[in-house]
Design a binder for this molecule. Structure first.
Ligand code: NAP
Length: 246
């Protein structure tokens, strides 16, 4: 028996990085997935790598747009018949110290992470409450726990996702819907490939396990939260950091 046999999942930002690793993991465990990403071509290319029609569908979705988020959910219910798992993963960074950060940088990051996760949680919960079951997993960051220099926008957004997760978990627990979050640390993706070498090395020094994490290591924890293995967990925030900032 696979962990997500015949389950249907939507993964925002699923075309690459952590989102794609989550999708790959879900498909390996029997799920059908919708990759909802800002770039339609990337979403469709990634969906075909996962088997394409019948297994994975790539759709254009800007998570800051309520209609696009709703359309991604409807793509799952329309194409695959239900929505069992929602992963609010899409993310961006616009790092700068407050002296240099523009209001646009601040608002863009808050919009994608907080508004995006809220829209995804709200739209998914509306379907899941009707079917009496479902698991929503929000991707926060260790930056939201400890706060990081140059990330007043991102740390605020990722902390906001924790509050959103806990409040939503309380609202929908009695309807059979669980809402949890994860806080990855330094994970090897395009997002962190942009870091300067000295910044990367300084972060590495903070990690008791002395290495960065791989997207698959985040995907495994998300799989646990998505599946019935975590059936008595809601409102939880799991750290995936190699021991950093514990
Ligand atoms: P990534 O490789 O940059 O992938 C993010 C994906 O989200 C990309 O496909 C991106 O598309 C897409 N995206 C961006 N804005 C979007 C929007 N408005 N609507 C829909 N999709 C959008 O990043 P990642 O490292 O996998 O990060 C995934 C999540 O994990 C993010 O929430 C990030 O904050 C979080 N996280 C990452 C790390 C890490 O170390 N990597 C640590 C903690 C938390 P484009 O590339 O076309 O813009």
């Amino acid at each position: 028996m696979q962990m997500l046999q015949d389950k249907v999942a939507v993964i925002t930002g699923g075309a690459k990085g952590i989102g794609f690793a989550i999708a790959e993991n879900f498909v390996a465990q029997g799920a059908k997935v919708v990759l909802a990403d800002i770039n339609a071509d990337h979403a469709q290319e990634s969906a075909s790598k996962l088997g394409g029609k019948g297994t994975a569908l790539g759709v254009a979705c800007d998570v800051t747009d309520p209609d696009a988020v709703q359309a991604a959910i409807e793509a799952a219910t329309g194409e695959f018949g239900s929505l069992d798992v929602m992963v609010n993963n899409a993310g961006i960074t616009r790092d700068a110290t407050m002296r240099k950060m523009t209001l646009d940088d601040f608002e863009a990051v808050l919009d994608v992470h907080v508004k995006g996760a809220w829209l995804g949680t709200r739209a998914a919960a509306a379907v899941m409450r009707e079917q009496g079951s479902g698991s929503i997993v929000n991707i926060s960051s260790i930056s939201g726990k400890v706060g990081m220099i140059g990330q007043t926008n991102y740390s605020a957004a990722k902390a906001g996702i924790v509050g959103l997760t806990k409040a939503a978990a309380k609202e929908v627990a009695h309807l059979g819907v669980r809402v949890n979050a994860v806080q990855p640390g330094l994970i090897r993706t395009d997002m962190t490939a942009a870091l300067r070498e000295d910044v990367w090395n300084a972060k590495l020094k903070e990690i008791p396990m002395q290495r960065a994490g791989e997207p698959e290591e985040v995907a495994n924890v998300v799989l646990f939260l998505a599946s019935d293995m975590s059936s008595y967990m809601t409102g939880c925030v799991l750290e995936i950091t190699g021991g950093r900032h514990i």
